[in-house]
Design a protein. Sequence first.
Length: 216
Amino acid sequence: MEEGVGVVNEEIWALGAESVILRVRRWGRTLIEKRRRAKPYLLPEIDSLLRRQRTNRECRMLNRVRRLGVRAPTVYAVDWSSYSILMDFVQGEQLKVIAQTCSDDDLMDLCKEFGRMLGLLHTGGVVHGDPTTSNIIVDPQRRLWLVDFGLAEWNATVEMMAVDLHLVRRTLETTHWDRQEIMLDAVLQGYWDQMASSADEILSRMEEIRERGRYH
């Protein structure tokens, strides 16, 4: 992984809460540059420290999860002057979009794979932190890619893994309310297939977290 992005021919691809996502051309290829933006309400030295820490963590997490067998973008370069990461451009559509029109059988297959990917992460002690259907890309070969590891953490506890699953459930309830049961059952089936009996405690904690939310 080299330092210094220095790209040209860029276009805004998406805007996030803390970053701008650019589609760029470099080395004859289409890539993605994730550039963390300054927060004007923070002191410059604190803002710089936070952006450096989060950029460094995301690079490390992307490399770590790929070693676990999870499809995620490869990091090619980092520019510390702009807190930018240059990585693979994953061709495809968000699962959020595909879920609106695909058949039940296709959706179940995709969601089982989503659950299996979360199981791979958790087996490796990693949580994604924002496992929404917006952060799953389905490529033309119907393979799933997990993106946006800005909130990811390692050395995860049972509570942290359960929160990951709770966030999936909340996403399905709010974004895919009309198909949430099919999707959640399939996600949890894929998760169980990957985790086996070690999923019991995490799934139980997920239910506890849901109950806590009802009374607060």
